[in-house]
Design a binder for this molecule. Structure first.
Ligand code: FES
Length: 161
């Protein structure tokens, strides 16, 4: 593991793991800061909260929200719950897969620039279909709107030649 990442993890655990702290709150804080919860965090979290490593690992893997590897630079989270389904999110998902050449809910290769993830309700049911693109919420997403947003997001992560 990268030494700077190990140091960052240790500092985050030390900063957030106080007596009475909630494991979930700490996991959210780590993921908010690093973009994921590195497996390296399990042992210091268990020690700080007087839990077993299996308990910490179990919570991380139980909640789909927590990532154990860094996200791709362009991450699409498309809502596939009822309201969005009734407004065409499955056709939109097919469009997104065809447009990006990626598949939803498959582990992305290290170095991949795009990741597609299904989520189930983003709290924007009245504005379906909804999606998050790199953490920003978008509503009433059409294929054309997706293409525009996706192009802008890709442009932001492209390294100039
Ligand atoms: S069902 Fe998609 S935002 Fe609620």
């Amino acid at each position: 593991m990268d030494e700077s990442l190990a140091t960052a993890v240790d500092q985050l655990v030390h900063r957030h793991a106080q007596p009475g702290s909630s494991l979930l709150a700490i996991l959210h804080a780590i993921q908010d800061e690093l973009g994921y919860v590195p497996p390296r965090a399990v042992e210091p979290l268990a020690r700080a909260l007087n839990l077993s490593r299996a308990e910490v690992h179990g919570v991380i893997t139980y909640y789909h929200h927590f990532r154990t590897q860094p996200p791709a630079p362009v991450t699409v989270q498309l809502c596939r719950a009822e309201s969005c389904r009734s407004m065409g999110t499955e056709a939109l998902a097919q469009h997104i897969e065809a447009h990006t050449g990626c598949h939803f809910d498959t582990a992305h290769e290290p170095g991949a620039t795009v990741e597609l993830e299904s989520v189930y309700c983003l709290g924007q049911c009245a504005l379906s279909p909804a999606m998050m693109l790199n953490g920003t919420l978008h509503a009433r997403v059409s294929p054309q709107k997706f293409d525009t947003l996706f192009a802008a997001a890709r442009k932001c992560v492209e390294v100039p030649a």
